[in-house]
Write a protein that binds this ligand. Structure first.
Ligand SMILES: *Cc1c(COP(=O)(O)O)cnc(C)c1O
Length: 354
């Protein structure tokens, strides 16, 4: 039986996507060949890449607005470098909301001056800084929309005069935002979109070509745009499975529909965390993530009991990241409300046992 998979990433994908993906590995759409043995220049794969790129823009409401979508390799971590390579001429601002922003800052420092505009490091990143000033002479401001490890999420994005860049790896396609506010969005596939191996980049084209340094081809967004995201062999399987997940999302009604479901899941779990005296939430209430809920036990002595109970209930992937401890329940798009219900039942059973 399939487990209730709360893993933080790689993570759960829709079951129907898994079935279609596994079929395509054997044979893609009755063409007598496997998805992973055909040329990426074949008309079948070119169509897959084109649909994936346009569907990403469509789901975000960014079609025909000067944006391009790319599916590149190297994970979100390579984007920490690529963003700076392409956009950082002298000075950029970064809001430090956790491990991933911190890593993005470290990489960008290789290319210019980085201003840490705000940070929540003082409280082990359990909140989102707000009300900070943003200088007008920055090349861009970089944010992390959802902090996968700490379980915080930006609910309101600042209005900026400077280009806005956002790492949306762990909440892409999970909620409605005015995506036109952003000039560059990137997201590693393996949190909410597909298997590991590709990263979605959505970039406003007029942002590019403004730095004086020479950019190696593989790190140059303009090169990838010029080659329709096929400058070199793309990660064909990861792109195809991401496309299947985007189709699944579109068929159910797109981001507005999944946002409602995600809200129900988060409300169900957070009300249990708030009401059940056995548990304590980690993230500040107003900033807590609808994707990754972080919490600890009020009394560590029941840890073994609780761990045995959730494992017995068929739950997987609940252990917290070592920098927070406790537990982390990741409730990405494909996780059902029923699975969250199973976790909540286990939590209230623990309270009953006392
Ligand atoms: C997982 C994660 C990353 C790193 O992604 P890789 O694809 O492993 O490089 C970056 N940012 C955020 C917010 C993440 O959750």
């Amino acid at each position: 039986m399939k487990k209730h998979n709360f893993s933080a990433g790689p993570c759960i994908l829709p079951q129907e996507v898994m079935v279609k993906a596994s079929e395509a590995v054997i044979e893609l759409d009755d063409i007598g060949l496997s998805l992973i043995e055909i040329s990426h220049r074949s008309k079948e794969f070119v169509a897959i890449m084109e649909e994936a790129r346009s569907l990403a823009l469509e789901l975000l409401g960014l079609e025909g607005k000067g944006y391009q979508a790319l599916f590149l390799q190297g994970g979100a971590s390579t984007q920490f470098i690529t963003v700076a390579y392409n956009l950082l001429e002298s000075k950029a601002g970064y809001v430090n909301t956790g491990t991933w922003s911190d890593k993005a800052i470290k990489e960008a420092r290789l290319f210019g001056e980085i201003i840490e505009v705000a940070s929540s490091k003082d409280k082990n990143y359990n909140y989102i800084p707000k009300g900070y000033g943003i200088a007008n002479d920055l090349d861009y401001l970089h944010l992390t929309s959802n902090n996968t490890i700490f379980g915080t999420q930006i609910k309101e994005f600042p209005t900026t005069q400077v280009p806005l860049v956002c790492d949306m790896s762990s909440d892409i396609f999970s909620r409605q935002l005015d995506f036109t506010k952003f000039d560059l969005i990137y997201a590693g596939a393996q949190k909410n979109m597909g298997p590991a191996g590709t990263t979605l980049i959505v970039v406003k084209e007029d942002l590019l070509g403004n730095v004086s340094r020479k950019i190696p081809s593989m790190l140059d967004y303009q090169v990838h745009i010029g080659k329709d995201s096929m400058f070199n062999t793309p990660p064909v399987f990861a792109v195809y499975v991401s496309l299947l997940t985007m189709r699944w999302l579109k068929d159910m009604g797109g981001i507005p529909t999944i946002e409602e479901i995600n809200e129900k899941k988060a409300n169900l779990l957070y009300s249990e965390i708030d009401l059940n005296p056995m548990f304590q939430g980690f993230a500040k209430t107003e900033d807590r993530s609808h994707m990754n809920a972080t919490f600890t036990l009020a009394d560590e002595s029941v840890k073994d009991t609780f761990d045995a109970m959730w494992k017995e209930a068929g739950i997987n992937g609940l252990n917290g990241h070592r920098s927070v401890g406790g537990y982390r329940a990741s409730m990405y798009n494909a996780l059902t409300l029923e699975s969250v219900g199973v976790l909540v039942d286990v939590m209230s059973d623990l309270e009953r046992k006392g």
